[in-house]
Design a protein around this ligand. Structure first.
Ligand code: CMP
Length: 140
């Protein structure tokens, strides 16, 4: 069955690699059901990264994510949550280069913080983030 995930091209990559990343997304068989370009507010960043609150990198993460426009997307595909995480590759580009050299992070991430893309880790988070970003849940 078709599934939806929440995906985001972060400010570092949105500036320089937006078209290339969107091309990779489509090439991998995702449909881009929704897309908008906007700088995250601190409230939005706090919502998407609730699970990381209190971690040593949290403030740095929120500052980074609110510094400029991101490309915010809803991606649809069979098994979309897991498939998008695979296409992104591991959080740390050093790991990504070793284990998944064709992944987006291996190719476009600068470091563990400025790592080009984000994706929800499970369906519940995906639904929550889609709802928050686009204000509605898709029925299909
Ligand atoms: P993301 O997949 O968006 O989810 C959490 C984000 O926190 C992660 O990508 C990185 O941008 C950031 N992050 C995770 N671990 C670290 C770390 N050790 N140092 C700095 N940033 C981190």
């Amino acid at each position: 069955p078709e599934e939806q995930t929440f995906a985001l091209i972060k400010p570092d990559a949105a500036k320089t690699h937006k078209d290339e990343i969107m091309r990779r997304v489509k090439e991998a068989g995702f449909s881009i059901s929704k897309v908008k370009e906007q700088a995250l507010t601190r409230e939005m960043a706090a919502h998407f990264y609730k699970d990381h609150e209190g971690k040593p990198f949290y403030e740095e993460l929120v500052n980074f994510m609110t510094q400029g426009p991101s490309v915010i997307m809803v991606l649809s595909k069979e098994n979309a949550v897991e498939e998008w995480r695979k296409l992104m590759g591991p959080t740390n580009p050093e790991d990504a280069k070793k284990t998944s050299p064709k992944s987006i992070r291996a190719q476009f991430a600068h470091d563990i913080l400025s790592n080009a893309v984000h994706g929800s880790s499970n369906i519940e988070h995906a639904e929550r983030s889609i709802q928050f970003a686009f204000g509605e849940l898709d029925a299909d």
